[in-house]
Write a protein that binds this ligand. Structure first.
Ligand code: MTE
Length: 329
């Protein structure tokens, strides 16, 4: 359902679909997927989804995405929170800024350069980049280093299937991702008091990038990505703090050496390259033992324990065997 969204940065309690409705929807989809001959579609029934400008072909594909069977059963965060409580410093440092200031951000046409240590470098339009991939919906937990979390149904495809197409060579050990640099449409980039250096850069070790959980997002809640969530193409790495999940990507570069990433450059004693969710290593300003699962009203905080690797240890812990995760935080 498409709604007209009132102004304001935080959703009002009256706007939020009751939790039970989300729970029922999830149960409905699970039953439907188990009994139907064809898989349930991602677009089946999210409430309160606001539609943002996107090419028709992309909207069609995101709406037709199939459900990934291993999605979390955690209650999905209402769309109003996921789309209005954001970190996207290119559009301001306040949580409500990206919702307000990214409204007219143009993401079509869009192209992505893939280069560095690959056999087949190139620049691809978004359409060509997506062409061979079948889109799926994956519901992942998103844990921010600031100790809040959400549960988001992303639409996209595994990063490994994209990287393989460009044939990483034997020198490729890391993957570097870069966000668009366009100060004329990104107010944070042209501010006199920049919070961080631009363009925003993130990275993964190649084996992390090839793990099946690492995901390229082109949609959420059964539709295309709102600009404030990183349209038209973002990374989603569910076992790492949210700052690794870089938005609005224009370049993917395979490298021999570890990339210099934005947050590590800005405060190396606070943010590490690995940034795996880890309740036993606190950030200097936030305990990481617990998290506020949004929505979390101030009068009834929804605090839950944080899990190692954000609950994805079974799938990813082996990547870090023998590493001291206090040192490589
Ligand atoms: N990507 C860019 N380019 N710029 C940013 O400021 N913020 C990161 C990450 N990706 C950020 C970014 C942080 S800190 C988080 S927690 C997530 O985006 C938030 O994603 P969401 O707003 O979709 O929840």
């Amino acid at each position: 359902m498409i709604i007209k969204v009132p102004s304001g940065t935080e959703p009002r309690p009256s706007e939020i679909t009751p939790e039970q409705v989300y729970l029922n929807r999830r149960q409905f989809i699970q039953v439907a997927a188990a009994t139907a001959l064809t898989p349930a579609l991602a677009s089946a029934g999210y409430e309160g989804v606001e539609e943002y400008p996107a090419p028709a072909w992309l909207r069609q594909q995101t709406q037709a995405a199939e459900q990934w069977p291993a999605s979390t059963d955690d209650t999905v965060t209402p769309f109003e929170y996921a789309s209005r409580y954001n970190n996207f410093y290119e559009f301001g440092t306040g949580k409500g800024d990206p919702y307000k200031l990214a409204r007219n951000f143009v993401t079509d046409p869009w192209s992505v350069v893939i280069d560095g240590e690959v056999g087949r470098p190139g620049r691809l339009s978004l359409e060509d980049l997506l062409k061979p991939h079948r889109l799926e919906e994956r519901i992942y937990r998103l844990r921010c280093v600031e100790a809040w979390s959400m549960v988001i149904p992303w639409v996209g495809f595994p990063l490994n299937s994209l990287l393989k197409r460009f044939e990483p060579n034997s020198d490729a050990r890391y993957v570097e991702f870069t966000t668009l640099y366009r100060p004329e449409s990104m107010p944070g980039q042209r501010s006199a008091f920049k919070a961080i250096e631009y363009p925003y850069v993130e990275g993964l070790r190649l084996d992390e990038a090839m793990n099946d959980l690492a995901f390229m997002g082109v949609g959420m809640y059964g539709n295309t990505l709102p600009p404030q969530n990183g349209a038209p193409l973002r990374l989603v790495v569910p076992w790492k703090y949210g700052f690794k999940s870089i938005k609005s990507i224009v370049r993917i570069r395979l490298r021999r050496t570890m990339p210099q990433t934005t947050w590590v450059k800005s405060a190396p004693h606070e943010y590490g390259f690995y940034a795996n969710v880890n309740p036993s290593v606190d950030h200097p300003r936030w305990s990481q033992k617990q998290e506020r699962r949004l929505p979390s009203p101030w009068f009834r905080s929804n605090l839950i324990p944080t899990l190692p690797f954000n609950g994805y240890a079974e799938q990813v812990a082996a990547l870090y065997q023998g590493m001291d995760l206090r040192k490589f935080f």
